[in-house]
Design a protein around this ligand. Structure first.
Ligand code: ADP
Ligand code: ADP
Length: 237
């Protein structure tokens, strides 16, 4: 589903954020990338939807060379990739339900339908996904009335409503306390598996990775220093 072939990325300030990365992620894997701040996790993720372009090598997503995609194909690819952010990125003054409807932008809904009316089937999909995350009773509450954990779960419902093939979650629990972090990771893993999605999560703590990842990739200073199933991490530490 995702392949990095000898990918390097040097930012204009000469920081080498990625150094000769080779990596294959199969469809349906739930992968956690672990590493300290500045290790290159976020940059690696940004290569997948071309938020940044490598200075060397190739990134291949769903059999397409990402750097060679024309605008319309790139837009299609981005519709297939759902993103979860550290700070949730909800529209504060909008209801939870309308925030989840944002997942339909790029599909059937237009921005217009988002602020006034939207197709009935999109509405039903959004409600279904709020239910799956156990937060449907908050559908008509303003999103900024929710706790951090609830807001992150709304953002998971939004990403599901986008119906992507891939989910990229960049430090999704970095602003949450430990019990809430576990709940968010548990929900994210469960729905990823239910929908057969390929999911990559960046974390800076190994303990959460150990509990939820199918596979852990360790990064340090732009390089992959570990890649394997959990059993091997335990052997090495
Ligand atoms: P992580 O997600 O592991 O914290 P990043 O990918 O954000 O790591 O950063 C990797 C390195 O690249 C760091 O040294 C960071 O300061 C640098 N970096 C990240 N984004 C940029 C940018 N837009 N311009 C210049 N340097 C950047
Ligand atoms: P992230 O949370 O994406 O790992 P930060 O919070 O460190 O990154 O930085 C916020 C934004 O600034 C990101 O878009 C990142 O790419 C960019 N950035 C990070 N480090 C640098 C840098 N050294 N120079 C320029 N931009 C940077």
């Amino acid at each position: 589903m995702i392949e990095f072939k000898d990918v390097s990325l040097i930012y204009p300030n000469r920081v080498e954020a990625l150094k000769n990365i080779d990596l294959t992620i199969e469809k349906g894997e739930f992968v956690v990338i672990v590493g300290m701040s500045g290790a290159g996790k976020s940059t690696l993720m940004k290569c997948i939807n071309r938020m940044v372009v490598p200075t060397g090598g190739e990134v291949i997503v769903d059999n397409q060379i990402v750097s060679q995609l024309k605008e319309s194909k790139l837009r299609q690819l981005r519709t297939q990739i759902g993103i979860i952010f550290q700070d949730y990125n909800l529209v504060k003054r909008m209801s939870v339900l309308r925030n989840v409807m944002v997942g339909r932008l790029g599909h059937t809904s237009t921005f217009n339908s988002l602020i006034s009316r939207f197709p009935q089937e999109d509405l039903q999909l959004a409600m279904k996904n709020l239910k799956r995350i156990g937060i449907d009773e908050k559908a008509y509450v303003r999103s900024d009335q929710l706790s951090g954990g609830q807001q992150q779960r709304v953002s998971i419902a939004r990403v599901l409503t986008q119906q992507p093939k891939i989910i990229l979650a960049d430090e999704p629990v970095a602003s949450l306390d430990p019990p809430t972090s576990h709940q968010v990771m548990r929900d994210l893993k469960r729905v990823s598996k239910e929908d057969g999605l390929t999911t990559i999560v960046n974390l800076h703590f190994i303990d959460l990775a150990m509990e939820y990842a199918d596979r852990i990739i360790g990064m340090r200073e732009g390089e992959i220093v570990f890649d394997g199933p959990i059993a091997e991490v335990t052997e090495k530490t």
